[in-house]
Design a protein around this ligand. Structure first.
Ligand code: MRU
Length: 360
């Protein structure tokens, strides 16, 4: 696919003509560009669980559209009956993936719309839910662009940048979080070279980040995860940029499994480690990262998936957590849409919330 075409592709959106959730099926990339049009709650939950739509911001947008579509199917004569069915649908969608807090954040925003319509007939709630889902979709693009602007101020022309998993355009509605500064810099003539960890076991780095950057004409070298140390030792990396699925109030950052190892290496080699996270990813209800629920995935993702033959003996015990927590003292800065937050995070994140977030 041509570079310009990829930049124009939308990862997740509400189709205004068909009123369906459209997602670019990420399990098919990079070999095939397949769009799915979904309307049913079960199908949307499955698409999130299977990582056909993935990345914390993208699943938040998918869930917002998903709960709007689920609400359209509710048959209820009273507000209370509507709420009961709405909450059941919300819990069902929220259970698809436990770690990325954006999923719950988006669903809670949608529920607040329902609460604001307590005195109205159920039919009047649906258009308001649609508006809110579209707002969440549009805001994600604006937020990612702002993260890109702030993140770019941390980089220099010619930098080598290492990233883990995919926190790019494919994980959001546009630009990405960790890859947003790289996309914006590239548009403005910066010369970056990206080192993309392949990101075992689901290979988001190999299948998605390598594809997204290559298709956009940004120089990228693909690494096995265990090669990151050597690349840093070679002096090829001036900054690490990663995304995030949940930030605790003390700045502990939960992201794709393997991220904490990258942070430890970055500290060893004296390389700044930046986490790019929209404020929808910050969970002020958790005081530290040990409280973040870590998704466990099926063993077959380690032993079989993406390979023609099993890579391990039949019946082998497998440990397959999808995420890990990077302790806040390894994080040089957190880049949000409102600016760059530095340690000590308990104070700086609280200040950010007080200045910008009503829910703090
Ligand atoms: O399991 P995935 O592919 O959804 O994991 C994605 C990540 O870990 C991303 O880094 C994170 O969601 C941030 S995406 C902007």
């Amino acid at each position: 696919m041509a570079a310009q075409t990829l930049a124009q592709l939308q990862t997740v959106y509400l189709d205004p003509h068909t009123d369906t959730l459209v997602i670019l099926d990420q399990t098919q990339l990079p070999l095939r560009t397949v769009y799915l049009s979904l309307t049913k709650q079960n199908d949307i939950r499955q698409a999130i669980y299977r990582l056909q739509v993935r990345g914390a911001p993208a699943i938040g947008v998918a869930a917002a559209i998903g709960i709007y579509l689920a609400a359209k199917d509710i048959q209820a004569d009273t507000y209370d009956a509507f709420c009961q069915q709405f909450r059941a649908a919300k819990d069902h969608l929220a259970s698809a993936r436990p770690t990325a807090v954006n999923l719950q954040w988006a669903l809670e925003r949608m529920e607040r719309v329902v609460q604001l319509h307590a005195a109205c007939p159920p039919s009047s709630i649906i258009p308001a839910l649609k508006q809110e889902a579209l707002r969440i979709q549009q805001e994600d693009t604006d937020v990612c662009r702002a993260i890109g602007e702030h993140g770019l101020s941390l980089l220099h022309d010619g930098d080598g940048i290492l990233t883990h998993c995919n926190a790019g355009q494919l994980a959001t509605t546009r630009y990405g979080t960790a890859l947003a500064p790289i996309h914006l810099g590239h548009e403005r003539g910066y010369h970056f070279h990206v080192y993309a960890d392949e990101t075992r076991p689901l290979l988001q780095g190999a299948r998605l980040t390598a594809y997204e950057l290559q298709a956009n004409g940004i120089p990228v070298t693909l690494l096995c995860d265990n090669m990151a140390s050597q690349v840093m030792k070679n002096g090829w990396v001036q900054a690490i940029l990663v995304g995030c699925d949940r930030v605790a109030a003390n700045g502990d950052c939960c992201n794709k499994i393997g991220t904490s190892g990258v942070a430890i290496l970055a500290r060893h080699y004296g390389i700044p480690f930046y986490v790019c996270a929209p404020t929808s990813t910050i969970d002020f209800s958790l005081s530290h990262g040990g409280q973040i629920p870590i998704e466990q995935r099926p063993p077959e993702e380690v032993t079989t998936l993406w390979y023609q033959h099993s890579m391990a003996p039949q019946g082998i015990d497998v440990y397959n957590p999808a995420f890990d927590v990077t302790e806040h003292d390894l994080v040089s800065a957190i880049v949000t849409e409102y600016g760059i937050v530095r340690p000590p995070y308990t104070q700086s994140l609280a200040r950010l919330a007080a200045n910008h977030l009503q829910r703090a």
